[in-house]
Structures are given as C-alpha cells and as structure tokens.
Ligand binder design. Structure first.
Ligand SMILES: Cc1cc2nc3c(=O)[nH]c(=O)nc-3n(C[C@H](O)[C@H](O)[C@H](O)COP(=O)(O)OP(=O)(O)OC[C@H]3O[C@@H](n4cnc5c(N)ncnc54)[C@H](O)[C@@H]3O)c2cc1C
Length: 492
C-alpha cells in the first residue's frame, strides 16, 4: 500500500502546533515518543505510524477550537475513537493531529419516554445498553467490539453487529448528531423528533469515516427488550449446506434476530480459546429468534425444520447461561483466531445471500493458491462475510500474499453483485479497490461531497479515496506557496 509522504513543513512546525493545542486543552496533549506509540495503529495493525501529536479534548468547544486552529494553519486531523477500526480508518499520519475523543465519555440524557439516549462520542457502544437495561431497554447495533468501540466511531463507520439483520445498522438507529466541521463551525443534524426536512445530511454523515467532520454528540434510538428469545445451534457436515440453509430461511420469509456462521477452523480456534461447547463439524449456524412467545416458538420450529432438511444436527440453548456461552464464543472469534498467527486481516465484503455456497467454495480455492490459512466467520443473514486471513509479517512474502488474497476476495464479492464493505468501512484497507466498485463519475461525485464539507482536504486524508479530487479546480482546495496538499496523489 502506498502512502503519501508526510509534509515536512508541517512536521518542522511541530513544537508550535503542540503549544497551540496545549493552550486549548491544557491537560490533554500527548507529544512524547513513548506516549505517541500508544496511538500508532488501530486494529488494522499491519500499518503503523506515530501521529505528530495526540490531543484529547473534554468537550465540543475544545473540539471546535482544535479544528479551527488546524484549518487556519493547514494541519491535517485524524479523528479517533477507541481505535478498533479494522480498515485502518484511524491510522495516524506523521504530519497530522490525532484527535482522540475517548475523554468525551458521558451519557448526557436517558429519555425512556422518547426511547432515546444522548451520548458524547467517546461513550462505548455497550455502555449505552448498560445505562438503560435496568429499564428493560437496549441499544440494538452490537459490534463484537462493543465493549471497547465508541458511539462516535460507530457513527463514522456505520457499524453493524450480530443483531443488525433484524434491527439494522447504526444508520437505522441514529436519530441525530452534533457535528463539528473542519472550520470549527458546529451543526446539529436530526434529533429526538423524527422527520426533519431538507437534504438527509444525517444519512451522509453516518458512515463518512471521519472525512466530513467530527461527531461530538449522538442521539440514538433504544428498543425495549423482546419478551422472548430462543437460540438454536445448527451443526453442518458441509459448508455449502450451511449456506443453502441461510438462503432457505430468508426465502421462507423468516427474519431471525441474528444468524451467524463459523467454519471448522474458526470453531476449533474458539473452542481452544473459550470452550463454548461447539460441536466438531464443518460449520455451525447460531440463530436467535426474538419477539412474543408464540411468534418465537413458530420461528424456531420452522428454522429447525429447514436446518434439518439441509442435513444439520440441531440443538437449542436450554437457558440464559447456555445462550450467553454460545454468543460469547462467536464474539470471541477474532481474538481466538488471533492466537493462531501473529497477524490477521479481517475482510468485510457483502454478497447476495444466494451466492454464499459458490463464494465460499471459491474462497477455499484462493486460500490454496495463496498458501495461507484462513477461516470464515460471518453475519450469514445479511451476507456480510468476514474471512479472517492469518499470516506472519516476518515471513518473507506473507504480508503481500495476504493482501492479494484479501483483494481477490473483495473483487469476488463485487463480481457476484455484492459490495466492498458491509460494516468495517473503506479506510486505507480497501481504498485502492474503490474503482472496482465505483465508476469514475461515482467517485468524482463522492469527492465533490467531501469538498463541500472539507474544502482543504484536511480531515483524515489518505483514507477512502484512491485519488484526490480536483477540489482546487472547483475553487475549493487550499493552495499554499504554489503547492496543493499531497502533491504526489493522482488527481482526476
Ligand atoms: C474484535 C473486533 C470485532 C469487531 N466487530 C465488529 C462488528 O461486529 N461490526 C462492526 O461493524 N465492526 C466491528 N469491528 C470494527 C470496529 O469496532 C468498528 O468499526 C467501530 O465502530 C470503530 O469504533 P472506534 O471507536 O474504535 O473507532 P476508531 O477505530 O477509533 O475510528 C474508526 C473511524 O471512525 C472515525 N471516527 C472515530 N470517532 C469519530 C468521531 N467522533 N467523529 C468522526 N469520526 C470519528 C475515525 O477517523 C475512523 O475513520 C470490530 C473490531 C474488532 C477489533
């Protein structure tokens, strides 16, 4: 992966930038090499880079002042939540301020009557559910990283999770944000009352990967806990049979609350890691049905019949403890696989569900071609694949082979009518594959939108877009001393 070289002029002014940030956030600036090492990567650890400086504001006023300063002095800014991005979205730059939102971690309002919570961006996903569960509510999007990832990061990535099949991604559960533009201006989009007029800028902001502005407050919908939930485990002796079972369940008009797949290799890794009690087989589906009792009983009976018709052995979790164990195993899949090799790439393509059997078979062939270990774990219900490629960067050629394998998987997803990313975002990881999915006109229009929010291209540069658009041609991009930022990146 090619990264544009840092701007040496900005680095030369590092001490001035640190001093200016200290004036804004006296107790929250990290500039020593040891401190900065803690921020040198997100969860895509194949890429590392220390930031110029890290600043940890406590409130929206400080965020606005930081961005206004950076804008005035032409200093790039990389927003960061908990740093769990798997696409390198929060990867720092040597010439950029890393803006960490983790100290803005207060829940501002719990409004049970209007079924929503207002939170600062650094509140963790799970903390929202914890704050309302005693009242019988929860926040539905549940990434496996929910114990750590922040709501600001969830909004920026439009994150999903195990239960998004039925309850939607972040965008379907986000009611409003307060957003700070690169200029330091603050804007409010949406809020507790639904249906604001005008263009849907909230929809634009959700999933914008830190490229358009900084989320300093989020208002999210909370849901009442379903009165009944039952969980099935279906064990298959063939992966294509499991894929067919998923397609058959959806085709029958059943919408499970969650439907997750793990293959043999993943099952073995998870069993060795946390012993959730999965059977040894080629693949398992874990399926939740929720709702009112009679409805759940009917769904579970039909799902069980369909799974058995596809050759599965089916068992049901007997109680909450067993349910918890089955799901804890699935949520531990990434860390469990991480024990098999020093490095891992987690892909994130989404495909039409009926293509699952063919795509799974093709991925097996690719793994042989690239001579790399991999396993399949994915949100089966919505066709969102997370093949995990394991490798060792220290072994010559393995990193390059892993990247090439991953790129081939994503090309295959697009080829069969799917998309490059289901929920992890583009970041740096899929940046150079964007032309596989989007035409030049598509990309140019997306970049015009970026220019409308951030004309100087200062927010999270080098992410998402394979090239810089000609903001300068539209009269937007800042030209200083006859030079535009990142001169080595090709422009349209
Ligand atoms: C073990 C593991 C399991 C995971 N499981 C899932 C899963 O099931 N579903 C899923 O969708 N993802 C999953 N992820 C990916 C990741 O947790 C999500 O993308 C998450 O939303 C990132 O949140 P974060 O706070 O860590 O953000 P970061 O990683 O810090 O940042 C992510 C992106 O958001 C931007 N950003 C962060 N905060 C803000 C803000 N306040 N304003 C503007 N931009 C901001 C950053 O610039 C960056 O582009 C998983 C990751 C791991 C490590």
């Amino acid at each position: 992966m090619d990264f544009s070289p840092p701007d040496s002029e900005i680095i030369a002014h590092g001490a001035d930038i640190v001093a200016a940030l200290r004036a804004i956030v006296p107790d929250g600036v990290v500039s020593d090499p040891a401190g900065l090492a803690a921020f040198d990567a997100d969860a895509l650890t194949a890429y590392r880079q220390k930031p110029l400086v890290t600043v940890l504001p406590r409130d929206a006023e400080q965020v606005a002042a930081i961005l206004a300063y950076a804008s005035e002095h032409g200093v790039p800014v990389v927003p960061r939540g908990a740093g769990t991005s798997l696409s390198g979205g929060a990867l720092p730059r040597a010439d950029a301020i890393l803006l960490s939102l983790t100290r803005m971690s207060r829940i501002l309002d719990i409004d049970i009557e209007n079924r929503c919570v207002v939170a600062q961006p650094g509140v963790t996903n799970l903390a929202i559910t914890r704050a309302v569960e005693a009242s019988g509510f929860y926040y539905a999007p549940d990434p496996s990283s929910q114990i750590a990832c922040t709501i600001g990061g969830n909004v920026a990535e439009n994150s999903g999770g195990l239960h998004c099949l039925k309850y939607g991604l972040t965008t379907n559960n986000l009611l409003g944000v307060e957003f700070v533009l690169m200029s330091g201006e603050r804007m409010r989009l949406g809020g507790k009352a639904p249906g604001a007029g005008g263009l849907d800028l909230l929809g634009v902001v959700c999933g914008s990967e830190g490229l358009l502005g900084v989320v300093v407050e989020a208002t999210v919908r909370i849901l009442p806990k379903a009165p009944a939930t039952r969980t099935l485990l279906a064990a298959f002796s063939s992966v294509p049979d499991a894929g067919q079972c998923v397609a058959d369940i959806i085709a029958a008009g059943i919408v499970p609350a969650a439907m997750e797949f793990m293959d043999r290799r993943c099952i073995a890794a998870v069993e060795a890691y946390s012993a959730p009690g999965y059977p040894a087989c080629e693949g398992v589906l874990i399926i939740d049905a929720d709702g009112i009792g009679a409805e759940v009983d009917d769904a579970i009976a039909r799902i069980g019949d369909i799974a058995r018709a596809n050759g599965a052995e089916v068992r049901e979790a007997r109680d909450e403890i067993e349910r918890g164990k089955l799901w804890a195993g699935r949520k531990a899949a990434f860390p469990a696989m991480g024990r098999l090799a020093p490095d891992m790439l987690c892909m994130d393509g989404t495909i039409p569900r009926h293509k699952l059997p063919a795509v799974l078979a093709r991925m097996g062939e690719m793994a042989q071609h690239y001579r790399l270990g991999f396993c399949n774990v994915f949100h089966a219900g919505d066709g969102n694949l997370h093949p995990l490629i394991i490798f060792d960067t220290m072994k010559p050629g393995e990193h390059d082979r892993a990247e090439a394998f991953g790129a081939d998987i994503l090309r295959l997803c697009v080829e069969v009518g799917g998309v490059l990313t289901g929920e992890h975002g583009v970041g740096v990881e899929k940046r150079d594959l964007m032309p596989v999915m989007f035409t030049e006109a598509d990309l140019a229009q997306q970049q015009r939108l970026k220019c409308a929010f951030d004309a100087g291209g200062l927010l999270n540069p080098g992410k998402v877009f394979p090239t810089l658009s000609a903001c300068v041609e539209g009269g937007h991009m800042h030209v200083k001393d006859g030079r535009v930022p990142f001169p080595n990146l090709p422009r349209f």
